[in-house]
Design a protein around this ligand. Structure first.
Ligand SMILES: Nc1ncnc2c1ncn2[C@@H]1O[C@H](COP(=O)(O)OP(=O)(O)O)[C@@H](O)[C@H]1O
Ligand SMILES: [Mg+2]
Length: 262
C-alpha cells in the first residue's frame, strides 16, 4: 500500500541562459520517506532544491505539496507550509551565538501556529527552546556549545545548526543539501542516528549526498540525477546495481566502495 504523496514534482525544468540545469525531472516523495538524491557535481541537485523551496523560479514544471500547488510561491510561504531546507553553503548568522540563530525561526508565524519544535501549544521563552533544540541535535549544553558565536563553530556544528533552523519551524519536510559534506567519518557516523531520529519523529526527508555508503544506509529510495535529468530511481539496491549509474560514476572510488560493501 503506497503512502499518499507529500511532494509531487512534475517535469521540473530550470534553464540558466543556455544551460538546462534541470530538465523535466519528475518524482514523488511519500510520507515517511528518506529519499536520497545523488549525482555528479553540476547535475542539478541544488537547483532542484532551490526550485522546490522557492529560491529560484522554475522555467517550467509544477510542484505540489500535499496536493497544493506551490509552484510559484515565494520561499517564505513554502517554509511556512512546512517544507524546509538546509544550505549546502551554510548560512548562519555568524555574529550571533548559536542559539540566537534559532530565535528568528522560532518567532516565525509557523512556529507560533504549530507551537514550534515539539508542538504542544505555547512556545515559551525562545532562548530556552533554541538551546533545547540545539542540545537535542548534539550541541553539548554542559560545555556551553549553544552559547558560542556561530563564527567560531566548526563545520560539524554548523551543519547541525542548519538542521536546527529547520526543526525550529516544526517542519513536515526537510531537504538536506549535503549535510555530510566537509565532515569527518566519525562526525558523519554520529549524524546518521540523528537523521534516523528525525524520520521517527515523523519528518519526511530528502537527502542530497555524496557519501553513498551512509546515504544508502538511511534512504529507502534513491534518485540519480545526471546532466539535469533523472537517470534512475529505485531502492538503494536497484540503484547500485544499475549499469547507467555505474557509468555516470565511472572511476569513483565511492561507488566502488559502496558496491563492494553491498
Ligand atoms: N544561479 C545560477 N546561474 C547560472 N548557472 C547556475 C546557477 N546555479 C546553478 N547553475 C548551473 O546549473 C548546473 C547545476 O548546478 P547545481 O544545481 O548547483 O548542481 P549540483 O548541486 O548537482 O552540484 C551547473 O551547470 C551550474 O553551473
Ligand atoms: Mg549542490
Amino acid at each position: 500500500m503506497t503512502e499518499p504523496s507529500m511532494l509531487h514534482v512534475e517535469e521540473a525544468t530550470k534553464a540558466f541562459g543556455g544551460i538546462l540545469a534541470l530538465n523535466r525531472v519528475s518524482f514523488d516523495l511519500r510520507q515517511g520517506d528518506i529519499l536520497g538524491i545523488i549525482g555528479p557535481n553540476g547535475s542539478g541537485k541544488t537547483t532542484l532544491v532551490n526550485c522546490i523551496t522557492g529560491f529560484v523560479k522554475m522555467t517550467s514544471g509544477h510542484i505540489f505539496f500535499k496536493g497544493h500547488d506551490i509552484t510559484s510561491k515565494p520561499a517564505h510561504k513554502i517554509a511556512d507550509m512546512g517544507v524546509t531546507r538546509t544550505f549546502q553553503i551554510m548560512r548562519p548568522y555568524y555574529s550571533l551565538p548559536a542559539y540566537k540563530n534559532l530565535v528568528i525561526p522560532l518567532f516565525s508565524p509557523r512556529a507560533k501556529r504549530t507551537g514550534g519544535w515539539r508542538g504542544g501549544g505555547k512556545l515559551g521563552d525562545r532562548n530556552t527552546v533554541g538551546i533545547d533544540i540545539l542540545e537535542e541535535i548534539g550541541f553539548e549544553r554542559d560545555s556551553f556549545v549553544p552559547y558560542k558565536m556561530a563564527s567560531t563553530l566548526p563545520t560539524g556544528y554548523l551543519k547541525r545548526l542548519e538542521l536546527a533552523r529547520c526543526l525550529a519551524l516544526r517542519p513536515e519536510i526537510i531537504i538536506c543539501d549535503e549535510v555530510f559534506s566537509g565532515l569527518s567519518m566519525s562526525e558523519i557516523a554520529s549524524m546518521v542516528p540523528l537523521i534516523e531520529r528525525l524520520q521517527m519523529d515523523g519528518i519526511t526527508l530528502i537527502m542530497i549526498e555524496h557519501r553513498l555508503r551512509e546515504l544508502f544506509r538511511v534512504a529507502n529510495r534513491v534518485m540519480v540525477l545526471n546532466f539535469g535529468q533523472k537517470l534512475v530511481e529505485g531502492t538503494p539496491q536497484e540503484v547500485m546495481a544499475d549499469e547507467k549509474v555505474k557509468e555516470a560514476y565511472f572511476g569513483s572510488e565511492e561507488v566502488e566502495e559502496v558496491m563492494t560493501y553491498a
